[in-house]
Design a protein around this ligand. Structure first.
Ligand SMILES: Nc1ncnc2c1ncn2[C@@H]1O[C@H](COP(=O)(O)OP(=O)(O)O)[C@@H](O)[C@H]1O
Ligand SMILES: O=C(O)[C@H](O)[C@@H](O)[C@H](O)[C@H](O)COP(=O)(O)O
Length: 168
């Protein structure tokens, strides 16, 4: 694989952490979860069920951009909901975006099974759907999450292989 940096994106609960870590393992790359880099103020806000805004996300995205640029090979899980966030993350690198696409009901059902996470409430998830501006055709590899995690991973790998063939 030519591109060695990957950003797995989508709303909270779409499977970024699970699929991202499986992908990293398969490719022999380091995995980082964007959640682990939020400043305490952001975590406190989300615990209260208050969605983050552009200002809250700015410093966090800068930290993640530094991380991407520092690591030669890596997979990062990050919501990257808006084009400006994706641009900020990809400043100085050509990380490949992988968009995990799914509907609110599927994702909320998966959320409800997840324990011990600070992300708080369906309203916050709905706010992520309102904020999401999906990547344009060609900006990202897009994979449906309405299938098992193994199949999602297979689709991601197949799409990456296809995009690499097209790049040659
Ligand atoms: N394709 C899938 N099928 C079934 N469950 C999934 C799938 N992808 C993720 N999950 C589960 O859904 C929940 C949310 O996934 P997670 O990777 O934490 O999402 P995110 O990192 O985007 O918030 C987790 O419990 C995870 O195990
Ligand atoms: O852009 C955002 O608002 C953040 O990415 C944030 O809301 C994130 O979604 C949470 O940290 C929940 O973490 P998961 O996305 O892993 O559920």
């Amino acid at each position: 694989m030519v591109k060695k940096r990957y950003i797995v994106m989508g709303v909270s609960g779409c499977g970024k952490s699970l699929i991202g870590s499986l992908l990293a393992k398969r490719l022999g790359l380091a995995f980082f979860d964007g959640d682990d880099f939020h400043p305490p103020e952001n975590v406190a806000k989300m615990r209260q069920g208050i969605p983050l805004n552009d200002q809250d996300r700015y410093g966090w995205l800068q930290t993640l951009n530094d991380l991407i640029n520092r690591e030669e090979g890596m997979v990062l899980a990050c919501s990257a909901l808006k084009p400006q966030y994706r641009q900020q993350l990809r400043q100085g690198n050509d990380a490949q975006l992988i968009y995990l696409k799914g509907g609110v009901e599927t994702i909320w059902a998966r959320h409800s099974c997840r324990e011990g996470h600070y992300f708080n409430g369906r309203e916050m998830l709905e706010s992520q759907f309102r904020e999401l501006i999906e990547p344009k055709v060609g900006e990202a590899i897009e994979v449906s999450i309405d299938q098992s995690a193994e199949r999602v991973l297979d689709d991601v790998l197949a799409a990456l292989a296809q995009s690499e063939r097209a790049d040659k």
